[in-house]
Design a protein around this ligand. Structure first.
Ligand SMILES: [Fe+2]
Ligand SMILES: [Fe+2]
Length: 414
């Protein structure tokens, strides 16, 4: 039975026909399909909070509404992927609302905050262009019928995001002066980050089952040049420099690939080439805003759970409790301050990974005491273990937007 099913599956695949239901798939195909959908859904979903933080800085109400329209599209794109995953037996609710921030599978670029309208439109011009290349390939090649059809709408909308990015980039560049300089600075850090988006070079990559199963058609080394061939000439046409140039029919990077990136400073050090192992460990550690971005769409779920008559998860309650503890010296809670690096549950023990804004911080004992006291008051918690960590070191970029605003209102420049 198993082998006849797998022979029928191979036949469909070989003939270039579409797979339409789970009953036609092998377990390996189902696993690869789910993995590919999760990466796509997570990438679409995380772009919504990332774009939202920057859209709030829009220069006019109409620009803001364009930003919001793009965010709405991205949420709908995420929903298409998660809806298919639900049909394949996964829980949409668990995927979106109950995963740890670090478990989301999206490009590292989204963990580096977009902090201005200029950075948002550069993201539209470069990140959405990357999405356009990757999804365009899946749309053309994908062997799973429901996804292939769902991507028709996605591609049309991505084209709108890209146009927004290009129109605004051109306009900002033409304005010249400080506006153009800000645009150039955004491109300087975002360009290499988008080049990285396409992943490891083919010679370092394990054999891709996604290609065998026609979940995609092109390799990383084929998709990356496709992106370069659109972005490099466009940026040149509007007078913005990028670290790449054309040689005959292809584009060549002007810097060692990969290189070292300082996410806090949004700066590349092209004099410090690194290995792909270094890049992989940066990706695995996630960037400065991973938890904040995920919280932006998970929060409402935990807030309204009691009204829906369900039990709020202990993990969510712990985070809410930590957000009730203020720093002893400033009017900001520990979560907004960005000193809580993680919460893990081990039976009835809560383990908190915590850092301080500086070594030898005189308030540290007080903070640890406050955490212990508050968490022990939470039903289901018998013990609290606090691991103080110094790596990665705290910096002000770990603060949430709300935290920064609270400190600004208090008179601190952050
Ligand atoms: Fe999208
Ligand atoms: Fe998009």
């Amino acid at each position: 039975m198993e082998s006849s099913n797998s022979a029928a599956f191979e036949g469909l695949l070989k003939r270039g026909e579409l797979i339409e239901s789970v009953s036609e798939m092998t377990p390996d195909y189902l696993r690869e399909l789910k993995h590919t959908l999760i990466v796509s859904g997570d990438t679409e979903l995380i772009s919504a909070p990332a774009y939202y933080l920057a859209a709030r800085k829009a220069p006019s109400v109409n620009a803001f509404m364009t930003g919001i329209a793009i965010i709405q599209d991205e949420l709908a794109h995420a929903h298409i992927a998660y809806h298919i995953l639900e049909e394949l037996g996964e829980s949409q609710e668990a995927l979106i609302f109950k995963r740890d921030p670090k478990a989301f599978r999206y490009p590292y670029a989204f963990d580096v905050p977009l902090e201005s309208w200029t950075e948002l439109v550069v993201a539209n011009a470069m990140y959405d262009q990357a999405g356009f290349c990757l999804l365009g390939d899946i749309h053309e090649q994908c062997s799973y019928g429901p996804w292939k059809r769902g991507l028709v709408k996605v591609m049309a909308e991505e084209n709108f995001h890209l146009r927004n990015g290009r129109n605004w980039s051109k306009r900002i560049s033409q304005a010249g002066g400080a506006a153009k300089e800000e645009l150039q600075r955004a491109v300087d850090w975002m360009f290499p980050l988008t080049v990285e988006w396409f992943g490891l070079p083919d010679n370092l990559k394990q054999h891709s089952a996604q290609l065998d199963y026609r979940l995609k058609g092109l390799t990383n080394d084929q998709l990356r040049p496709q992106w370069l061939s659109t972005v490099v000439p466009f940026m040149a046409s509007i007078g913005i420099q990028v670290p790449a140039h054309q040689e005959n029919s292809h584009y060549v990077l002007d810097y060692p690939f990969p290189s070292t990136f300082d996410a806090e400073a949004k700066r590349w050090d092209f004099n410090d080439p690194c290995t792909w192992d270094d890049v992989l460990s940066r990706w695995r550690a996630r960037g400065p805003r991973n938890a904040e971005m995920v919280a932006l769409f998970q929060e409402s779920f935990s807030k309204f759970l009691p009204q829906r008559g369900r039990e709020i998860s202990l993990q969510q309650r712990i985070w809410s409790a930590l957000a009730q503890i203020d720093d002893p010296e400033m009017p900001i809670n520990l979560v907004d301050l960005g000193v809580v690096y993680g919460v893990a549950l081990e039976g009835r023990t809560v383990r908190v990974r915590l850092t301080f804004t500086a070594m030898g911080c005189p308030a540290s004992d007080m903070i640890i005491g406050d955490i212990r006291e508050r968490l022990l008051a939470e039903p289901g918690v018998d013990e609290v273990a606090i691991d103080v960590v110094w790596d990665p070191p705290w910096s002000s970029s770990r603060m949430t937007v709300e935290g920064r605003e609270a400190l600004r209102a208090w008179g601190l420049s952050v």
